[in-house]
Design a protein around this ligand. Structure first.
Ligand SMILES: Nc1ncnc2c1ncn2[C@@H]1O[C@H](COP(=O)(O)OP(=O)(O)OP(=O)(O)O)[C@@H](O)[C@H]1O
Ligand SMILES: [Mg+2]
Length: 311
């Protein structure tokens, strides 16, 4: 017998693709804040984000209709033209909040600039509450509690608090490298772990995130070809790491995992490095929208290049 799955199960299935652990929820939530033009983003984690992950932004906020729709599946304000090759925001699937709401206790508190009061809405394992008025400054506060409390089988896959914290830090680094004009603060168990102030340049931000000595041992990269542009910093061959962790590729404002790009970097240093050493790289590649497919991976961490050879 073929049956149509009930909506709560559909939501859990699609949440499974996007929300794997606290840091994957965090990535979606930071991207939403940036899409909402936030200039300051503050994140708090308790138990590595498993107990609580909260993120507050000073972006545009949402009015009542927007808040109501924001947690529905396939509801987005970011795809006005139906063209998946004309993507001007980090989000476009309209799924992240619905997915997070399907697998946690989600609470959204928000206030749009034009509105008098703030509003809040909760979603508990996919069940939406009424919207209630609440006092709130401009912007949006999202609190995700008890991720996977309704999916014990998934809960078991979450790692220790410290591993989950590390994964979230890495997510923040990647996005922060792409958006130096936004400040980021991370609190863990009430302790402030870092604050990256609004940076005057990509270089300043990279200095905050990687380290000052990297910036003294880099080559500046600047190149263009076929309408694409590449810029950023790579380490000189004598300044290396034992892992490839500090290699960041930011394509059209998004940190991307791409085997080809890692391979190109490796090839560029061939014969210059000792075995087992890795260069550091923070590279920003900008490609015309129509030449890149962003809709390859549910978490949008992979892309397809139309002109692979030129890249
Ligand atoms: N922090 C925020 N500030 C203002 N509006 C927000 C915020 N977060 C979400 N929204 C609104 O809610 C909508 C749904 O968010 P959601 O993350 O689920 O989808 P999306 O960002 O449109 O696409 P994707 O699933 O690819 O992230 C957004 O399109 C946006 O209009
Ligand atoms: Mg989103």
């Amino acid at each position: 017998m073929i049956r149509l799955l009930p909506p709560h199960l559909i939501n859990q299935i699609s949440a499974g693709e996007v929300i794997e652990r606290p840091s994957s929820a965090l990535k979606e939530l930071i991207e939403n804040a940036i899409d909402a033009e936030a200039k300051n983003i503050e994140i708090t984690l308790i138990e590595g984000g498993k107990r609580l992950l909260s993120i507050s932004d000073d972006g545009k906020g949402m009015n009542k209709e927007e808040l109501f729709l924001s947690v529905e599946r396939h509801a987005t304000s970011k795809l006005p033209t139906d063209d998946l090759f004309n993507i001007n925001f980090l989000g476009f699937r309209g799924e992240a909040l619905a997915s997070i709401g399907a697998v946690s206790h989600l609470k959204i508190t928000t206030k749009a600039e034009a509105e008098e009061t703030g509003l809040s809405l909760e979603v508990n394992a996919g069940k939406k509450s009424e919207i209630t008025p609440t006092a709130h400054a401009k912007g949006t506060l999202i609190q995700m509690r008890d991720l996977f409390y309704n999916l014990p089988a998934r809960l078991k896959f979450l790692k220790s608090d410290i591993s989950e914290l590390l994964a979230s830090k890495e997510v923040i680094y990647k996005i922060a490298l792409a958006y130096p004009e936004v400040s980021f603060t991370l609190f863990n168990e009430k302790k402030k772990l870092f604050f990256f102030p609004k940076a005057p340049s990509l270089k300043e931000r990279a200095r905050d995130i990687i380290d000052a000595s990297f910036m003294e041992n880099t080559l500046d990269i600047k190149a263009t070809r076929d309408g694409m542009s590449l810029k950023g910093f790579i380490s000189i061959p004598t300044y290396t790491r034992a892992t490839s962790k500090d290699q960041y590729f930011i394509v059209n404002g998004r940190a991307i995992k791409d085997k080809m790009l890692y391979g190109i970097l490796k090839a560029a240093y061939q014969g210059l490095l000792f075995q087992g050493r890795f260069p550091i790289a923070v590279l920003y590649l900008d490609i015309p929208h129509q030449e890149i497919d962003m809709n390859v991976h549910p978490a949008k961490t992979e892309v397809r290049f139309q002109k692979e050879a030129s890249v």
